[in-house]
Design a binder for this molecule. Sequence first.
Ligand code: MIC
Ligand code: SF4
Length: 655
Amino acid sequence: MAYEDSITGQILASHLVKGRLTLGEEIGIRIDQTLTQDATGTLVYLEFMSLRVDRVRTGRSISYVDHNTLQTGFENADDHRFLQSAASRYGVYFSRPGNGICHQVHLERFGISGQTLLGSDSHTPTSGGLGMLAMGAGGLDVALAMAGAPFYMRVPKVTLVRLTGKLPPWVGAKDVILHLLGKLGVKGGLGRVMEYGGPGVGFLSVPERATITNMGAELGAWTSLFPSDETTRRFLKAQGREGDWLPVTAREGADYDEVIEIDLSTLEPLTACPSSPDAVRPIRELSHVKVDQVAIGSCTNSSYRDLKTAAMLLKGRRVHPDVSLVISPGSRQALAMLAQDGGLAHMIEAGARILEVACGPCIGMGQAPPSGGVSLRTFNRNFPGRSGTPDARVYLCGPQAAVAASLTGRLTDPRELGDPPGVAEPDAFLVDDSMILPPPDEGGGVTVRMGPNIKPLPNLEPLPDEIKMALLLKVGDNITTDDILPGGAKVLPLRSNLPAIPQHVYALKAPGFAAKAGQAEAVAILGGENYGQGSSREHAALAPRYLGVRAVLAKSFARLHLANLINFGILPLMVEKQAYDRMEEGETIALAGLHHTVETLDRVEVKCEKMGFVFEAGLNLSGRERNIILAGGRLNYERARLSKRVTVHGLLRSP
Ligand code: MIC
Ligand code: SF4
């Protein structure tokens, strides 16, 4: 029985450049491909430029524009221009606005079975549907991977999700992952890779597999992946790139930490209720819930087949008068195929509002629901406020249930619609890569164009030996990065303008926090379990750091946010329930002798000066992570390491 025999183990072993494949140990792996999107990408390219590397050193790096496509001012358009010029300068493919959501396009046009992919977006595991080890990471990790540095991670546990049986009619891939979320919860995948196997895999197409791996992010998993088999080969062939196929399957005797069995034939249409992806219930129990908006799209459910299925269900029918149905296709390929085969006409005739090919409503870029309204979405997140309407109630489901509700005006089990439309995967997709600009062979002469919305990176101070912090915020379990730094059309355009963004930290959950933090010298935050679940946005660490946050104390951390806290020099301290319960907002927290402690110890003495009690918090860091914290963040650390070869770039200066 060996770890290396699982698919995860095989890919890790073939990419290992540092460390050993021992559970929990830190390893460094080689990254073959990277992806960035515009909302995180501007920072990634600023960071990459500060490393002074002339050209990316990966097999394929792609810069997508899909999040910030609502251009209500110059900001987003300026950012797009910056990204296009930076891609050309540094050897990166540029997927133009209008070409599609990064994960959907990556699956269609770039992913390669058996390779590694690192993306500055938490749903990067979508390409796990092709048998890739595809992981989300903070932007700085992606910038370093583009520069050829290894990606550091702890050797994860691997869970085998063994699928048997076949999905019944009207039940889709979304129901598989919702079932798992209902069973395991949003913390269920922490520290693990979810590896799919078993005879049921053969009945799932690549886009269906990708729906499942995409939403593994909501389980908190490192990543999720499927074997690469004949179905994968057929999909890549239909995309005109059979050469990117490689068989990847688990070997006999693969050792898994845990095995979960799912008999696909027993599943039924499900929905995640407000406001967490794990609040899962059968739709049939909720037919009394009236719906104001239905949104179909996002990187989870807007493949050609998903959309064609929706189109066939809408054919000859009319959207309910109380429902606004919005459809945002996942890729230009899918939309162009629907336009050619008549599917788009069915949608338009039924009364659907066709949106741009982009993330759109999924990240609150338009289409906020009405006050107190119910929105049913084929997306992956229904966190409070994410839709743009603070008191909206968002449910998640698959495309068939979404169409059913758009027709009846209430949550509807799609089985009520009669016979399913039975749309098959196409034998050949429409391939037209003219909206993907390949980089020139030589980028040296290209000027990177920066508009006024792009501000330099801040220079972060190293960790002091002693620090007194005002505990300005105590929050509960499962705080999301949307709570820490909201998305939406107002805040997202500021992602490349770091001085403008900190005032939005905790703006919905704890208005006033940013103003108070601005007055304190140093600040601490206290969180519960799974602090920072959700997105990869490093801004959720960098913006608090801007406000003086030097430590986050929590019962446990989500892995992407934890890595971002470390990357920006914020101390992640683990607290027990007892200490969590005793501490209150307004406390003064003192830490002393930090240099020695962070260098060598696993525990930090925390003094609560006002209440006069002292306790020990855990510091669970690798040697490399300790040095990063001491240096005040990853850029300082990497620059110090590179300083023999590299001079500090002009982009790095004090805020
Ligand atoms: C999301 O779905 O929350 C996002 C927007 O795609 C984020 C990235 C970001 O904040 O830019 C993610 O999931 O990583
Ligand atoms: Fe875009 Fe939504 Fe997918 Fe994030 S989850 S990448 S916002 S479609």
